[in-house]
Write a protein that binds this ligand. Structure first.
Ligand code: NAP
Length: 257
């Protein structure tokens, strides 16, 4: 699938997106396809098939793979399947994530802490591990991990989420440095408050939350998944050839307010 009048930003590349059934991941899958990539959409939710189907109906190439990013055999099969299907893997957006339990640190249940770290940090690690092996063999590739503004600053009541998103930045920077001579770039995108099902669910959980979130954004409006997708696809494109180890805020100056 191609935007008329110019070659796509990721024309001919093969791209993998986790958490691609909805929210930011769905917007990234759609934009990858619109910019010329063949796309593997991964999610726990079967709605990922609809995203792949929509891309195919528009003339692109996409497959849906149901996989849990916290299970190494499933991640290994996901990456191997992408290569088997499309011959290589050029771009990956490790984006699947959850908000997890909300409580002050002393009140947090061990299970909630572990589950959030498992999805948001261990999941990114497993994806990185298997994607890097393929991309290093190719001598080329670009990976974007989803962190958050909460990867830089504290959010009271969200310690597991903040810890996981800070951890994603550590993983990203280390992998970028380790790969400085392999041809593989690794970056992180740090969305602010983006209008997705995840944010809507968090806002519905506690009254007053929506007002508080909107008040925290200098522009007064929530970001769109499409605005984050623009940053992700650019970071994965050859136009970002010198960008590696970067933490790109897409938050309308929220963290710096
Ligand atoms: P979303 O609407 O909830 O989409 C996330 C998708 O990831 C869901 O379809 C979810 O499926 C899937 N997922 C969860 N656990 C998974 C697993 N173990 N394996 C595979 N897929 C899994 O969330 P979003 O707002 O688009 O967020 C995407 C990423 O951006 C997350 O990492 C989030 O932390 C980050 N982020 C979001 C915001 C924001 O304001 N929205 C801000 C900063 C960072 P289930 O529904 O079944 O869990």
């Amino acid at each position: 699938m191609r935007t008329a009048g110019r070659p796509g930003l990721v024309e001919g590349k093969v791209a993998l997106v986790t958490g691609g059934a909805r929210g930011i991941g769905r917007a990234v899958a759609r934009l990858f396809a619109a910019e010329g990539a063949r796309v593997v959409v991964c999610d726990l939710l079967e709605e990922g098939e609809q995203v792949a189907e929509e891309i195919r109906r528009a003339g692109g190439e996409a497959v849906f793979v149901r996989a849990d990013v916290t299970r190494e055999p499933e991640v290994e099969a996901l990456v191997a399947g992408a290569v088997e299907r499309f011959g290589r893997l050029d771009c990956a957006h490790n984006n699947a994530g959850i908000t997890g339990g909300m409580a002050a640190v002393q009140d947090l249940a061990l299970h909630d802490f572990e589950q959030t770290l498992r999805v948001n940090l261990l999941g990114v690690f497993l994806c990185l591990k298997h994607e890097l092996r393929v991309m290093q063999r190719q001598g080329a590739g670009a990976i974007v991990n989803t962190s958050s503004g909460s990867g830089l600053i504290a959010t009271p009541g969200l310690a597991p989420y903040c810890a996981s998103k800070h951890g994603v930045l550590g993983l990203t920077k280390t992998a970028a440095l380790e790969n400085a001579r392999t041809g593989v770039r690794v970056n992180a995108v740090l969305p602010g408050s983006i209008d997705t099902p995840m944010l809507r669910e968090a806002m519905d959980r506690s009254p007053g939350m929506e007002k508080m979130i909107r008040a925290s954004v200098p522009s007064g409006r929530l970001g769109t998944p499409e605005e984050v997708a623009e940053a992700v696809v650019w970071l994965c494109s050859d136009r970002a050839s010198l960008v590696s180890g970067a933490s790109l805020l897409v938050d309308g100056a929220t963290v710096n307010r």
